[in-house]
Design a protein around this ligand. Structure first.
Ligand SMILES: Nc1ncnc2c1ncn2[C@@H]1O[C@H](COP(=O)(O)OP(=O)(O)OP(=O)(O)O)[C@@H](O)[C@H]1O
Length: 264
């Protein structure tokens, strides 16, 4: 469903490319965890997929159609098929839970339709179904800023679901959550992946969580894919390739981290 070909991204003020020739093929129904050191390029990759960041070169194909260069209506149509969840949830605090989820129905069209309650009965039904799916329907009238982190991420997932996406991208979706809530959110995402067949690509910082939930791991180092395979294949050598020492990290710290990681 998604093919990434020789994708490169060089930010104007950055000396090194953030992405340096990424090639990936993603099939429907996969649950992919992207691992890598801070600065490896994970966020840039996720953001290039939904065009929040424009790559410098390469190609992205969605159902065999080129994504790069899409503008306006065509870009909105593509983005509706690709839901996104973020580390900081990206909810609008002053709006209710339901209004936040309804925002997902409009993709990138103006917020005034939500604010003026210009949505259809069908939009409302889909939004409520999404809230029911994530266990938050009884909070629909509550303002988003009244919720806990875990509840906010559930609402963000419902907002993504209300788009009726084929793919959900997650940029460190559990980084701001305590370990129990993080597992709770991962269980929800896994269940959505298995029951609704929605493909997941999530950047994760926890190798342990990635191994537990993903059926494919993509390891990135210095903007390149250094591992693409099963969780079982994450040997100490592979972990060293992903989290290898580089200029920014003290080699002793990295070695210690790899030893800790390889115990899982
Ligand atoms: N807007 C930007 N402008 C300039 N350089 C950037 C920008 N965003 C990211 N970078 C650089 O691109 C590289 C990759 O960053 P990216 O955020 O994709 O990494 P990451 O693996 O997601 O890291 P983290 O886990 O810390 O979020 C880093 O060197 C970073 O400094």
């Amino acid at each position: 469903m998604l093919i990434i070909q020789d994708l490169k991204k060089k930010y104007a003020k950055s000396p090194r490319p953030a992405l340096d020739g990424i090639n990936l093929t993603v099939e429907k129904g996969e649950f992919i965890a992207v691992l890598g050191l801070s600065g490896a390029g994970k966020s840039t990759l996720i953001r290039c997929i939904n065009q929040l960041v424009l790559p410098t070169s390469g190609e992205i194909l969605w159902h065999d159609q080129p994504v790069l260069g899409k503008r306006g209506k065509a870009l909105r149509a593509y983005r509706r098929q690709v839901g996104m969840i973020f580390q900081n949830f990206n909810l609008i605090d002053r709006l209710s839970v339901l209004q936040n989820v309804l925002a997902g129905r409009f993709g990138t069209t103006p917020m005034w339709r939500v604010l003026l309650q210009q949505y259809t009965r069908e939009d409302l039904q889909i939004a409520e179904e999404a809230l029911l799916r994530v266990g938050m329907v009884e909070f629909k009238r509550v303002r988003a800023d009244q919720l806990s982190g875990g509840q906010r991420q559930r609402v963000a997932i419902a907002r993504a679901l209300a788009q009726k996406p084929e793919l959900i991208l997650g940029d460190e979706p559990i980084s701001n959550l305590d370990p129990v809530t993080a597992v709770d959110v991962m269980e929800l995402l896994k269940s959505i992946n298995e029951k609704e067949g929605i493909t997941m690509i999530l950047n994760l910082h926890s190798v342990e969580i990635a191994v537990q939930y993903a059926n494919r791991i993509i390891g990135i180092a210095n903007g390149q894919v250094v591992y693409d395979g099963s969780p079982e294949g994450l040997s100490e050598t592979v972990l060293a390739q992903i989290y290898k020492p580089d200029r920014k990290v003290d080699p002793a710290v990295t070695t210690k981290a790899i030893k800790l990681l390889s115990r899982i």
